[in-house]
Design a protein around this ligand. Structure first.
Ligand SMILES: [Zn+2]
Ligand SMILES: [Zn+2]
Length: 281
């Protein structure tokens, strides 16, 4: 059996629709998967229907992008009650706020005579929620400026002519939301922090109430063994449960196929025990 708790479909920024993603994962030997689109669970019901017909289990999940000073912390919510009405209202609010801010920036830049296209900004954003670095990169690509820093200095930095107050989600608020619908919160790809050391941010993420770490992960190759060992040590020290995910998108560097990341056989059982414990309070 093979487990993969981190997969994206066309509901967010993946290549395959939910039903095809499930078939694709099945063809790769996955027996239990989580569909974890960004800010949306709209593909889960379809994925579960197809999963059932194939004898596969599909766990409802989500990926939230949260912010700490200097780092974007992605949080996976696993085993959540995705039919919860309040959850859906909150998620719609997240999606609308992020889109609106990107549109505001692009409109302002167009008025300032340095036009970029919103579509290109979304393409650059790829995995994760759209933000100022993606706008900056589009400005560089369009030849309006030379460097990312220049974009912030001249246009989109705090107080700049194309600056708009950002949508911010604190890790603690994201984790509280996940817990409020019976879910388990895992810090997704801790070692993908734009070159920063995940251990610097661990205390803040623990403080926010995280339940697990995505120790077994692959984007463009598995983590080096030392990173896995350090993460497992952190799990042991802080009573966290490790999770596993390929983060398959089917685009760019996010091409590790479903089920391609190995994990210990007892992982799912440990997770389910923790979920039961969380729900008891
Ligand atoms: Zn992510
Ligand atoms: Zn992801």
């Amino acid at each position: 059996m093979s487990l993969d708790l981190h997969l994206h479909s066309t509901v967010s920024d993946g290549r395959l629709p939910p039903s095809e993603l499930v078939r694709f994962a099945h063809a790769h030997g996955v027996t239990t998967m989580a569909l974890s689109d960004h800010d949306a669970t709209d593909g889960v019901d379809e994925a579960q229907r197809v999963g059932e017909s194939l004898g596969m289990r599909v766990i409802p999940a989500i990926e939230l992008s949260t912010d700490l000073p200097g780092a974007s912390i992605h949080v996976l919510g696993l085993f959540l009650d995705h039919h919860d009405a309040a959850l859906q209202v909150t998620l719609k609010g997240f999606r609308d706020a992020r889109l609106e801010r990107a549109e505001q920036m692009v409109d302002a830049l167009n008025r300032l005579g340095v036009p970029i296209s919103l579509e290109r900004v979304f393409e650059i954003a790829g995995e994760g929620s759209v933000g100022r670095p993606h706008v900056a990169q589009a400005l560089v690509e369009a030849g309006h400026i030379q460097t990312i820093d220049e974009a912030f200095d001249r246009f989109i930095g705090h107080g700049g002519p194309a600056y708009f107050e950002g949508f911010r989600l604190e890790p603690a608020d994201g984790i509280r939301l996940i817990h409020s619908v019976g879910g388990f919160a895992s810090w997704a790809h801790p070692n993908e922090l734009d070159g920063k050391d995940w251990r610097t941010y661990l205390p803040a993420v623990l403080e926010a109430g995280i339940d697990g770490l995505e120790v077994y992960y692959s984007k463009s190759g598995d983590y080096p063994p030392q990173v896995n060992e350090d993460m497992l040590a952190a799990c042991a020290a802080h009573d966290l449960v490790p999770t596993v995910g390929s983060d398959y998108h089917g685009f760019g560097t996010m091409m590790s196929p479903p089920g391609s990341v190995a994990s210990p056989p007892e992982l799912l059982e440990r997770l389910e025990e923790r979920v039961a414990r969380l729900r008891k309070g």
